[in-house]
Design a protein around this ligand. Structure first.
Ligand SMILES: [Zn+2]
Ligand SMILES: [Zn+2]
Length: 187
């Protein structure tokens, strides 16, 4: 049995957290890791017990939703709430952090930021991370990899499509399945 690599494991956790986001503008997840252990996690959301953007719509001021607390901030605040040290730890985020989160990450003593997607990477954030000696690394992450049987499923479907063709099935239908397959599996 093949074991999932650490980067993929923690990045998958951040992507799962992003699925809990309550703001419709961007679904972000963040996982704080120390010594290969998850110590905190967060997603884009309102304060506990507050209205959710998904129910009430976003509260937009100057083109920003002011209702939500960013995933990275929520993860750091979880550390604060429960008295868990965030120094000397790493953060895995689905998207490159915004300027505010960048400053909080540096100040909380995070040593490495791993992110999956570029998102308006602010030059000042990049500069601040550099000045503070915080390493920033992009991690290749395939969202399909959360499905551990992804490869076998894809292979089975391509096999079935080839068999349908070999049996002389209606080409229009076969190519429709083929297109659906490509959409589902990002092939
Ligand atoms: Zn919102
Ligand atoms: Zn942010």
């Amino acid at each position: 049995m093949e074991r999932i690599a650490w980067h993929q494991y923690f990045m998958a956790q951040s992507h799962l957290l992003a699925l809990r986001s309550t703001c419709t503008r961007l679904a972000v997840g963040a996982t704080i890791v120390r010594d290969k252990r998850i110590i905190a996690g967060g997603y884009n959301g309102s304060i506990a017990g507050g209205d959710h953007c998904i129910d009430e719509g976003c509260y937009v001021i100057d083109n920003h939703c002011v209702r939500t607390i960013h995933a990275e901030m929520n993860a750091l605040l979880q550390c604060a709430k429960f008295g868990v040290g965030s120094g000397q730890s790493d953060i895995y985020v689905t998207h490159f952090p915004c300027l505010q989160c960048c400053k909080a990450i540096i100040q909380a003593g995070i040593t490495t930021v791993y992110y999956a997607k570029d998102y308006k990477n602010h030059p000042y954030a990049i500069q601040l991370f550099e000045q503070a000696g915080v390493k920033v690394e992009k991690v290749q992450f395939d969202e399909n990899s959360i499905d551990v049987h992804h490869r076998e499923k894809a292979d089975m479907i391509t096999g079935m499509i080839a068999d349908l063709r070999a049996c002389g099935a209606d080409e229009e239908k076969v190519s429709h399945y083929e297109q659906e397959y490509m959409k589902l599996f990002n092939e």
